[in-house]
Design a protein. Structure first.
Length: 321
């Protein structure tokens, strides 16, 4: 690709702002438009990040200058607007979790295939080379036989009334917002799908789960535990333990490029620097996949597996959908 991929962003919220703010770090992406239901919101967004404001999602999809769409809308809107973007001839990078149900995700991938466009789930943390290095370190046997995985992702911030994370009708909640990361990384480290799973959750007055804990059984002696929460102060560390050692990474979701390998009395800090911020890396990886230079960092099978696990965990704790 000699020209940058021309992006349009659906939505102008927190994640959209992070993505747009990091695009200038790469010459493989250009923001040309942003769409919002509110004309004022779209106008304010492009005044800060560039591009043309589009009042209404339909107008963004009708923009011929847009080649790829970043769908940052609430979870329950991913299905409809991803399919509509694909039908409009756009490649789509859809925020995680890509869908609420497996059936929705399959329909989205079917639309991508039908219209000859690329669809990838936006787990930006998986683009960081240090995260990939940790996964491969475990898989190549550096800690012996893998036995236990622990993943954690929590935050504690004010709960504004308009926060989509606290809206059941938009598929909010901690399992969907950040538990999806924990499940995704555990599955990547294990290298297979869980054969059993169990979750418990605390329900917020709004009706969503504001914190949760779960177990995944990967068979072959590999077990995984995770915790996630939106009203909790806790660490965000991932551990993988085996018969001969363990690895630990502090906050892989926003990696500083390091993790530690421990074998007996020996401790080694492994550093794999990233050339750019995570959303810029993601935009570059997407452009490479569009051009056929690289495979998607999150495959269709990976997305379907993650959605399947999340749907079952949500069913177990009594959440809708």
């Amino acid at each position: 690709m000699t020209q940058p991929l021309r992006w349009g962003i659906l939505g102008t919220g927190r994640i959209a702002r992070k993505f747009a703010g990091q695009l200038p770090q790469t010459d493989r992406a250009e923001l040309v438009a942003a769409g919002s239901r509110s004309a004022d919101s779209a106008r304010g967004f492009v005044e800060e990040f560039g591009g043309t404001p589009r009042a209404g999602y339909e107008r963004l999809l009708a923009d011929p200058s847009v080649e790829a769409v970043y769908n940052s809308l609430p979870n329950a809107l991913h299905h409809e607007w991803t399919i509509r973007a694909l039908e409009a001839g756009k490649h789509v990078l859809c925020e995680k979790p890509m869908a609420v149900t497996v059936a929705e995700a399959e329909e989205m991938f079917d639309a991508a295939e039908r219209h000859g466009r690329l669809l990838i789930e936006a787990f930006m943390y998986r683009c960081h080379p240090a995260v990939e290095k940790l996964i491969q370190t475990v898989r190549r046997g550096a800690i012996g036989q893998l036995k236990l995985i622990r993943t954690h992702f929590t935050f504690n911030r004010p709960e504004p009334a308009d926060d989509v994370r606290y809206q059941p009708g938009l598929a909010g909640g901690s399992l969907m917002d950040i538990g999806c990361y924990c499940v995704n990384l555990a599955r990547a480290i294990a290298g297979r799908e869980p054969t059993g799973m169990h979750a418990v959750a605390h329900l917020h007055p709004s009706g969503v789960d504001d914190y949760a804990a779960g177990m995944l059984d990967f068979g072959g002696h590999v077990l995984s535990a995770f915790t996630c929460g939106m009203t909790v102060d806790a660490d965000r560390t991932t551990y993988a333990g085996g018969s001969e050692g363990y690895v630990v990474m502090d906050t892989p979701w926003f990696s500083d490029g390091t993790f530690t390998l421990v074998r007996g009395d020996e401790r080694e800090t492994i550093r794999t620097e990233a050339s750019k911020a995570p959303y810029a890396l993601e935009a570059e990886a997407f452009a490479a996949a569009v051009c056929g230079e690289a495979e998607p960092w999150i495959s269709k099978a990976d997305t379907l597996g993650n959605v399947r696990v999340l749907a079952e965990l949500r069913r177990q704790v009594g959440l809708p959908f």
